[in-house]
Design a protein around this ligand. Structure first.
Ligand code: COA
Ligand code: THG
Length: 570
């Protein structure tokens, strides 16, 4: 079927639909909702049988929905309507929520219902619920809707014919989620921040500055006067509540020279320098880098906000890996974070640095040092286990391990093309030919599209697809490790595999040392950072400042490619 995805941006949900619907054999094209005329032009060029709107903020004009069925993916249960569905579901502590596919008409979200898929709510941020539960449910709901569309005589039910508790809910205001530090306990503070995280954050006046709060974690062991800052660590600040305390990891100060999300201790550097330093290792609740081991397997978690890895975080993670390598284990699993495995260098911190070029250089070197530490692990087998998506350098960092395992539904963006055509590093020029072969390396590095796991596995970027729901992912990884340790699968024992791995490394190093790959990659990166062509700096600025695209890239807007237009006309 010919399906046009009409969306505000090519976000993770849209990418998932794009990849999976295409894999099902549908003819998919994408148009960004820039203005009514452009959208109408896209419909005229592509002539889709169906329009799906996975992430849309504006009304679809009548000139479009009158002539083509437009299915809106709404992150709410049947009958729920409005722009803040998930925000309300989190703030109101609902136990179950859902995704509804409804047909666009003149009244926002009030059209006929095609399908609904529900899910149990989890204590998580809005962005995390969106990237996980909403995305899974939306995929299922869209598949059901497409099946119904192909059934002759199918007619969706109007909202009036359905009994439901869902109703119109207005745009949530700051006053609806304002934190009253004198009254709210930690759970309430955290819930309010979570319902506004990733966007828009909770407005908070501190030090005569208007700040927005993100990335909240409970601190059960500390106490103080409610609302007062009582401590800090490298990146986060700790605030006392009426019962315990909360860590705030990220802040945004819209009036500052860097009006985007940054670590709290960067935004409030001067204001928090005198606060007592609290070693988070003493806290059980909040540790972005966390190691534990069980049954000869070490698990290294790195739950960095948005999967972005700053220079200091790369160094911290490398230290943790060095420690992990000294433990008496046979396997180290690099678990990444809850929502992302890794998205590479920390573009926001680079943008805020005195010299963006210098900070880019530091950051890429720190990632490379980490990648090198992974590659040079002779004492254990190393597996990257992706619970969530990975992008750019994060994908190649994962490939530094002996195997990459990924949870079904994960989407990879294994390219640097969207960041001003960065050459990229992380030893990709060694890793890709080694794991994917020369031809596939070319395909991977030339592509600029998101990739599903079937393709990633065929190309050699991923070795194992783990079919487990998100909450059972860790158990599934544990099971796979257990099997390997028991030699129940594969022909070689772990010790034989370790021998082979060390031999291979020695052999590869003799042919061309890793330092040579690094030097070549970094020479190119130096040009990207310090050279004449400013593409990287412009692309990074646009990314960090979230500058809306003024047109849809031709890679996804296939209806705008000349060859496709010629093919259609002839
Ligand atoms: N360095 C720094 N930051 C990075 C990064 C890197 N290397 N890689 C990714 N990021 C950041 C992005 O800037 C983005 O930041 P944000 O938290 O300010 O949004 C974040 O990581 C996620 O990246 P993105 O590509 O936007 O992911 P996404 O598509 O998974 O999620 C949404 C974003 C859609 C959840 C968010 O925009 C949102 O809350 N929207 C409202 C959702 C909603 O309710 N829609 C329904 C309306 S009908
Ligand atoms: N029919 C048509 N077009 C649509 C929908 C529809 N476009 C997408 C839309 N559904 C998705 N749902 C909504 C519902 C309400 C609002 C936006 C998207 C909304 N927006 C506020 C406004 O326009 O004033 C602004 C909100 C904000 O700033 O985020 O109320 O069913 N044809």
């Amino acid at each position: 079927m010919k399906i046009l995805l009409l969306c505000h941006a090519f976000n993770s949900l849209t990418q998932r639909l794009f990849v999976e619907l295409q894999a099902q054999g549908h003819d998919i094209s994408v148009e960004f909702d820039i203005n009514d005329e452009t959208s109408l032009q896209a419909v005229q060029l592509f002539q889709p049988e169906l329009i799906i709107a996975p992430y849309l903020k504006r009304a679809i004009p009548e000139s479009i929905w009158k002539n083509t069925i437009c299915l809106i993916i709404h992150p709410g249960i049947t009958g729920d309507r409005g722009p803040s569905s998930l925000d309300w579901a989190i703030l109101n502590k609902v136990n179950e929520w859902g995704v509804t596919v409804l047909q666009a008409n003149a009244e926002m979200d009030a059209g006929d219902i095609w399908s609904t898929v529900t899910f149990p709510m989890r204590n998580a941020t809005k962005a995390s619920i969106y990237r996980n539960e909403v995305t899974e449910a939306a995929m299922q709901a869209v598949n059901i809707a497409i099946q119904k569309h192909q059934q002759p005589g199918f007619a969706p039910l109007s909202l009036k014919q359905i009994e439901t508790s869902g109703c119109w809910q207005p745009l949530m205001q700051q006053t609806d989620r304002h934190i009253d530090w004198k009254i709210d306990d930690s759970a309430t503070v955290i819930r309010k921040i979570k319902c506004a995280d990733g966007f828009p954050g909770i407005k908070q006046e501190w030090f005569d500055r208007e700040l927005y709060l993100f990335d909240a974690h409970h601190e059960p062991l500390l106490h103080g006067k409610a609302g007062e800052l009582i401590g800090r660590n490298e990146t986060a600040i700790c605030v006392a509540t009426t019962n315990t305390a909360v860590w705030i990891g990220h802040l945004k100060d819209k009036q500052s020279p860097h009006p985007f999300k940054l670590p709290a201790t960067v935004v409030l550097k001067d204001e928090t320098s005198d606060l007592p330093f609290i070693d988070v290792k003493q806290s059980t609740a909040y540790q972005p880098v966390y190691y534990h081991s069980a049954d000869e397997v070490g698990y290294l978690h790195f739950n960095f906000y948005n999967g972005a890895m700053s220079t200091a975080q790369c160094q911290q993670l490398r230290e943790a890996l060095i420690q992990a390598k000294q433990q008496p284990t046979k396997i180290i699993v690099l678990m990444g974070g809850e929502d992302f495995w890794s998205n590479g260098m920390h573009l926001n911190q680079i943008e805020a640095a005195k010299s963006a070029a210098d900070e880019s250089w530091e950051n890429i070197n720190a990632i490379n040092d980490l990648s090198l530490e992974i590659i040079n692990t002779g004492s254990q087998l190393v597996f990257s286990a992706m619970r969530g998506n990975a992008g750019a350098g994060g994908v190649f960092l994962a490939r530094a391990a002996d195997e990459v395992w990924a949870r079904k539904g994960v989407i990879l963006n294994p390219h640097y093309k969207d960041m001003g055509n960065l050459y990229g590093s992380e030893y990709w020029s060694y890793l890709l030919p080694r794991f994917a072969g020369d031809e596939n390396s070319q395909r991977i590095s030339q592509s600029r599209l998101p990739m599903g796991l079937t393709e990633a596995k065929a190309l050699g970027l991923v070795d194992k697809i783990i079919d487990a729901p998100r909450n059972l992912f860790y158990e599934a990884v544990q099971q796979h490790c257990k099997k390997l340790l028991n030699k129940a699968s594969g022909n070689l024992s772990i010790n034989q595999r370790l021998d082979k791995k060390r031999q291979q490394r020695t052999h590869d190093e003799a042919i061309k040392p890793l330092s040579a790959y690094r030097e070549l990659e970094l020479n190119k990166m130096k040009q990207n950072f310090y050279g004449f062509d400013p593409s990287y700096h412009i692309a990074r600025y646009n990314f960090v400042y979230k500058i809306a695209k003024s047109r849809t890239p031709l890679t996804i807007a296939k209806h705008r490619r000349i060859s496709d237009i010629v093919r259609r006309v002839s």
